[in-house]
Design a binder for this molecule. Structure first.
Ligand code: TXA
Ligand code: MG
Length: 317
């Protein structure tokens, strides 16, 4: 059920039910982090393996302190700059956090999201919310309530409708090893923004199946339709034997003479911001058209373009 009433969401969460919440990045499937019932239900609904840990969401720094053992100096600098916002920190967890959430890891992923509705919900709760993206495992993340309803149409659950997600890409995940700052997932905060605050960081958003970074699976965010990533869309279309092609381009549309096989083409008008906000929405749309192949154009490999290229690379792997 769609609603903007946070009190209704609270009633449901207090009963250990799962509720869908909006954030500035993507929608999340949320539950009381201290309810084993709710946490298991989330894994089950997402069809997510239990070795893939969840992110905690809270409304303020005091609550982060209550859940973590240490808060490295550089983490504090990043938190004060980017929270509330699309930054997830991996911090040593206190024992009160169930191992189920962290898949047995000693660190917990935690963030303060920047969405008015969800922040006021979190302020009223005396427990943190776990919230993975509200999509089945490995599918495209939802950036509005319609995407969520498509995935969970048979589930009776409360969906807090917070409109279209402002950023449209997941949070950037950062961990710490002594003095080293490590990016484990490129996201809505760019590498350049992080480095301008903290200096050089290590990028370790692995492109392999690495058991130490369970969430960084190569294949991810994937449409069901066959999809490819290329710097030369027109060449691909000319050579392709597929008949029904859907295209997403960064700045300009393709030549008219290709139009007999391109069923739909969308562009981001050369805007990184627009690309970030609309990428998943376009992917959802194209994936529902039953085309033969989706062709994504590589973005310039800077700023949000770097994040988006990483998502597209995984979507087409
Ligand atoms: O923007 C976001 O972060 C969204 C919104 C809803 O907040 N949430 C989200 O959650 O993207 P999810 O579960 O789809 O992705 C979280 C990623 C997973 O890949 C998971 O493996 C990783 O974070 N993760 C969680 N805890 C971790 C930990 N302790 N160490 C390493 N990776 C962790
Ligand atoms: Mg996800």
């Amino acid at each position: 059920m769609l609603t903007k009433d946070i009190d209704q969401a609270i009633l449901s969460l207090d009963k250990e039910d799962v509720v869908v919440i909006p954030t500035e990045t993507v929608y999340g499937l949320a539950g009381n982090a201290f309810s084993e019932h709710a946490v298991r239900k989330i894994f089950e609904l997402k069809k997510r393996p239990l070795n893939n840990p969840l992110i905690l969401h809270v409304s303020e720094l005091q609550k982060v302190y209550a859940l973590t053992k240490e808060f490295p100096k550089k983490a504090k600098v990043l938190a004060s700059k980017f929270w509330p916002g699309p930054l997830t920190l991996l911090l040593p967890k206190k024992d009160i956090i169930p191992d189920l959430i962290t898949a047995g890891k000693k660190t917990v992923a935690i963030r303060i999201p920047n969405h008015a509705l969800t922040l006021s919900l979190l302020e009223k709760l005396n427990y943190p919310l776990v919230a993975p993206s509200a999509n089945p495992f490995n599918e495209i993340s939802p950036t509005n309530a319609n995407h969520v309803m498509k995935y969970f149409k048979n589930e009776e659950k409360i969906i807090l409708d917070g409109g279209q997600c402002e950023m449209g890409l997941e949070s950037t995940i950062i961990g710490f090893d002594e003095e080293e700052v490590i990016i484990y997932r490129l996201g809505a905060i760019t590498l350049e923004e992080i480095e301008s605050v903290i200096g050089k960081v290590t990028l370790r958003n692995v492109k392999m199946k690495d058991p130490n970074a369970p969430g960084m699976f190569l294949k991810h965010y994937a449409p069901k339709t066959k999809a490819i990533l290329t710097s030369n869309v027109e060449e691909f279309i000319v050579q392709s034997s597929d008949k029904k092609i859907g295209v997403i381009r960064f700045d300009k549309p393709s030549d008219d003479n290709l139009s007999d096989r391109v069923i739909v083409e969308m562009t981001f008008n050369g805007s990184m911001k627009e690309a970030s906000q609309k990428l998943y929405d376009y992917m959802h749309y194209l994936d529902d058209l039953n085309l033969d192949v989706l062709v994504f154009e590589k973005l310039p490999d800077i700023g949000l373009g770097k994040t988006i290229n990483d998502k597209l690379f995984r979507a087409t792997s």
